[in-house]
Design a protein around this ligand. Structure first.
Ligand SMILES: Nc1ncnc2c1ncn2[C@@H]1O[C@H](COP(=O)(O)OS(=O)(=O)O)[C@@H](OP(=O)(O)O)[C@H]1O
Length: 887
């Protein structure tokens, strides 16, 4: 049966299906009929709709054209330059926002926080109604703007706190933003408690406009009308009878019975502070309406006197991935290429330097229909009008290659193709199919990229994860800048507007104030990912980008520009130098990452617990004794740092995950393997807890504590024996008592000697990443005197079964003065002579000095141990504190 028209499907269903259902009435046959119909539909779609000569007519009729119009685009009105909110006054406020929320889960509170995160604005969340947080630090205000998710929480604050807060705002010139909450009861002309300001609530509004004269508008441009209803039915509008108030935004009532009064209603009201000396902005609705998000950003900028101003520069690069790759019937034809060029030219007038950035896979060149092959030729005829980057030759994902040689060969083929067809090869930029190899890092990709293409910059949506987009970041690995890539809502399969998921309205919503528009507003540097097929067919990408760029021009004062990827990369890391350092996560914690993780790799090659130090507390003894356990395995030794890998601190971290995992060979018997690592310098490493947690969030942490004074002395002896010149030249007492005017080498040695002993401080940092249940603290004195009991307790904490009986494996060796490993009945194997050294006892004056030095830290440690539920306080800690009190 040949299907000719869409109508033919109906009789097919009507004729066949009922007969089967009624006469046979068997489930099997129903399923078979359904299958048949589905297959017929697929056949109809793929063989008729897509390849029919009529298909172009069907879809081309509905191909969307950018229809964004406004006075700015016509050049009709030249609006004044965006104001700079920076003030001449000597400001004493930090560029940080304090957000008072109703609860930690309230919706608007979350939306506010998300907006701040997206724009990298620092903030602190506080639940309103509790006591006020500390607002000042020395003579500086900690916050530049206060936001109340629910304005009532501010208006109804108890007198004492309200006065304190208002005083802070006046003294430090800090402004307040307040959102009126929706209420069940509709208010008509109700007065805001204590202000000559009145509200009407629960209104439906439409057709929003901005007050062009408002000094708040900076990023947001006035002059247009956002036609149509505003989202929600619970808008509040403001009416004032004091000159301190000035509307920032208006809208009209969206109601049939309101035809008589056409005057606009203020939805956002500015309080200039003439009434009570505090500047405020009141929002008559939440952040559902896109324009309000912009107005909030401008309000923060204005109220903080420019401390929280965002740059107005935005850079845009549009990658067109998969050039030459698409399926027959979905590729570019000649007129598509001409449209691409024409749109590019129009965009260039709005975005200086803009060129579509084409990523090609040469293997599929001329693999389309004859018309599409002419399209390929047309692209190459205009090769110099675009910028170019290399995709993989055959579009295969890099992590699927057997080895780096094959990967290089594949890349070389694409390079050869580029040379043959005059495609420029010097952009230094590349991307890989489905982000494979970029993140999680596949070292082979970076190696091959550098060798074949001299790649210096790439982009991905996957670091640290695809979602949420606002948290995407960049990093640098092996000299290659990895930039965050943005999505524009178009994917390989979205090629016809009629079939856009959610319909055309959905795409238009994203362009006109929605997700895509906001992506550009919030990201100073935007690299968008699109595919060749988005530029043929309905040319949705051309429509999307031209429209959103126009919409940005109409509604914002942003200065758009573009530049080649290398320049974008340099700019990105100038803006965010702190992002250069990567933070490696576990590829198996994210199903998307796991899918692009090489089959040769496993996530089992990671430790389940870490012995984190600090140095000189007995970590080697613990490491050695743990390694005797048949179910526990440590890492392989490092050629540089012996039993310690020292990955999470220092330079080794930049060697990447593959390097780290190579120390943990694949287990033979998975169930009995407890992999662990001990690096004693982890304990006090500033970055270590964050890095360790990103990779090993479930790992258990073991730390050993002993008198920080004695630890410092042991460390000094160790450093001296290892030939440290400063330690050799200065006595222990000179080192620990060195002042800040001492030579740098001595100060450095002092710090390295003393800092690890500030236990509470370091433990708090670990506990800000890991839950307390994952931390086990060993008393270093007990480890030394009774390692058997210490290890039994540790096994209980680690939940390792069956318990290994250490009493038959460890024995006190009187000669060594420590417990050692039993090798046979009368022999033991002790740790080397560098552990359990002989040195003179510490001078009394040094011990006393250190007791005082560590007093506050030790006191804090006692508190911390109690908080952690410790029933006994170590004897050395009691001694250190008692002696101090007595002296
Ligand atoms: N069983 C056993 N054998 C030998 N040494 C033992 C043992 N148990 C604890 N200790 C104490 O461990 C101290 C060395 O600590 P570390 O291994 O953590 O030092 S290091 O940071 O790895 O260099 C070492 O410090 P010093 O006495 O100053 O050498 C020892 O006091």
């Amino acid at each position: 049966m040949k299907l000719t028209t869409g109508d033919a499907v109906v009789p097919l269903l009507g004729a066949i299906a009922p007969r089967y259902v009624v006469k046979q009435a068997t489930v099997k046959r129903c399923v078979a009929a359904l299958l048949l119909v589905s297959m017929a539909s697929i056949f109809y779609y793929t063989h008729y709709i897509i390849s029919s000569p009529l298909s172009s007519l069907i879809h081309r009729d509905t191909r969307p054209e950018p229809a964004i119009r406004c006075s700015t685009l016509r050049g009709a009105t030249r609006l004044p330059k965006a104001p700079d909110h920076r003030s001449e006054a000597r400001l004493r406020i930090d560029p940080k926002v304090l957000v008072f929320v109703e609860t930690l889960y309230s919706r608007l509170g979350r939306e506010i926080a998300e907006l701040l995160v997206y724009n990298r604005i620092k903030y602190k969340v506080e639940v309103a109604g509790k006591s006020l947080p500390v607002l000042t630090n020395l003579d500086k205000g900690r916050y530049g703007v206060l936001i109340f998710e629910n304005l009532n929480k501010y208006l109804q604050m108890d007198k004492w706190n309200r006065e304190l807060l208002d005083k802070y705002c006046r003294e430090y010139s800090v402004g307040i933003v307040g959102f009126t909450p929706p209420g069940e009861e509709s208010l008509v002309g109700a007065q805001l408690k204590g202000f000559p300001l009145f509200v009407h609530t629960n209104l439906r509004l439409k057709d929003a406009q901005l007050n062009a004269a408002s000094p708040i508008l900076r990023l947001t441009r006035a002059g247009e009308t956002a036609w149509g209803p505003l989202p929600g039915y619970d808008w509040t509008i403001f009416q004032a009878n004091h000159s301190t108030y000035e509307p920032l935004a208006w809208a009209h009532r969206d109601s049939l019975d309101y035809a008589t009064n056409k005057s606009p209603l203020a939805t956002v009201m500015q309080d200039h502070g003439r009434y009570d000396g505090i500047q405020r902005v009141f929002f008559g609705g939440g952040l559902k309406f896109w324009l309000h998000k912009l107005l909030l950003l401008d309000s923060l900028s204005y109220l903080s006197h420019g401390q929280l101003s965002l740059s107005l520069n935005r850079m845009i690069l549009v990658d067109v991935d998969d050039i030459f790759v698409g399926e027959k019937g979905t590729r570019l034809k000649k007129d598509d290429v001409l449209a691409l060029l024409a749109t590019q030219q129009r965009i260039q007038a709005l975005v200086p330097g803009f060129k579509f950035n084409l990523g090609f896979s040469g293997k599929y060149f001329h693999h389309g229909t004859s018309e599409e092959n002419l399209g390929d030729d047309m692209i190459l005829e205009n090769v110099d009008r675009f910028t170019w980057f290399s995709h993989m030759w055959n579009h295969q994902q890099p992590h699927l290659y057997e080895n780096v040689t094959h990967l290089q060969l594949d890349m070389a083929l694409n390079k050869q193709f580029a040379k043959e067809y005059g495609i420029p090869t010097g952009s230094g930029y590349s991307v890989s199919p489905h982000h494979s190899g970029v993140y999680p890092v596949h070292e082979g990709l970076y190696e091959a990229w550098k060798k074949v293409w001299n790649i210096k910059v790439t982009s991905t949506e996957e670091y640290p994860h695809l979602r949420p987009a606002r948290l995407r970041r960049g990093f640098v690995h092996r000299g290659i800048m990895v930039l965050p890539r943005q999505t524009c809502g178009l994917f390989t399969h979205t090629i016809f507007i009629e079939r856009y998921p959610g319909g055309r309205d959905k795409l238009d919503e994203s362009i006109q104030g929605g997700e895509l528009f906001q992506t550009i507003v919030y990201n100073p540097i935007n690299i968008f990912m699109t595919h060749m097929s988005n530029y043929g067919n309905d040319r949705l990408a051309l429509y999307t980008f031209e429209s959103v760029i126009k919409f940005i021009q109409c509604w914002t004062n942003l200065r758009l520009s573009s530049a080649p990827p290398l320049q974008l990369g340099e700019r990105y890391f100038q803006l965010y130098p702190e992002e250069m350092d990567p933070v490696w996560g576990n590829p198996c914690d994210d199903p998307r990452h796991q899918r692009i993780w090489s089959k040769n790799k496993t996530c089992d090659q990671l430790p389940r617990f870490l012995v984190i130090g600090p140095q000189k507390t007995g970590t080697t003894a613990l490491y050695t004794f743990l390694s005797l356990h048949p179910a526990i395995s440590s890492n392989l030794p490092s050629p540089d740092t012996f039993e310690e890998i020292q990955f999470f601190n220092g330079k080794n971290y930049y060697r990447g995950l593959d390097w780290y995992m190579s120390f943990f060979p694949a287990a033979k018997n998975e169930s009995s393997r407890y992999l662990f690592e001990k690096s004693a310098t982890y304990f006090d490493g500033e970055l270590v807890p964050r890095r360790a947690h990103a990779l090993l969030p479930k790992a258990k942490l073991i730390t050993i504590l002993l008198s920080p004074a004695r630890r410092a002395y042991s460390w000094y002896q160790h450093t001296k024996v290892h030939g440290d010149v400063t330690a050799k030249n200065y006595s222990f007492h000179s080192v620990i008592t060195a002042t800040d005017t001492a030579p740098k080498a001595l100060r450095d040695l002092r710090n390295r000697c003393l800092n690890p002993g500030k236990y509470s401080q370091h433990l708090e940092r670990w506990l800000s990443y890991y839950p307390a249940q994952q931390l086990h603290i060993i008393d270093g004195e007990l480890l030394r005197q009774n390692p058997i009991e210490t290890l039994h307790e540790l096994q209980r904490f680690l939940k390792i079964t069956p318990t290994f009986n250490y009493s038959t494996h460890l024995r006190y060796d009187p000669k060594k003065g420590f417990f050692c490993q039993v090798t046979n009945e009368d022999r033991t194997k002790c740790l080397g002579k560098s552990k359990g050294r002989q040195y003179p006892p510490m001078e009394d004056r040094s011990y006393k000095f250190l007791q005082r030095y560590y007093l506050s830290h030790n006191t804090a440690l006692v508190k911390l141990l109690k908080r952690l539920g410790s029933r006994t306080i170590p004897q050395w800690l009691k001694d250190d504190l008692t002696d101090t009190v007595m002296t």
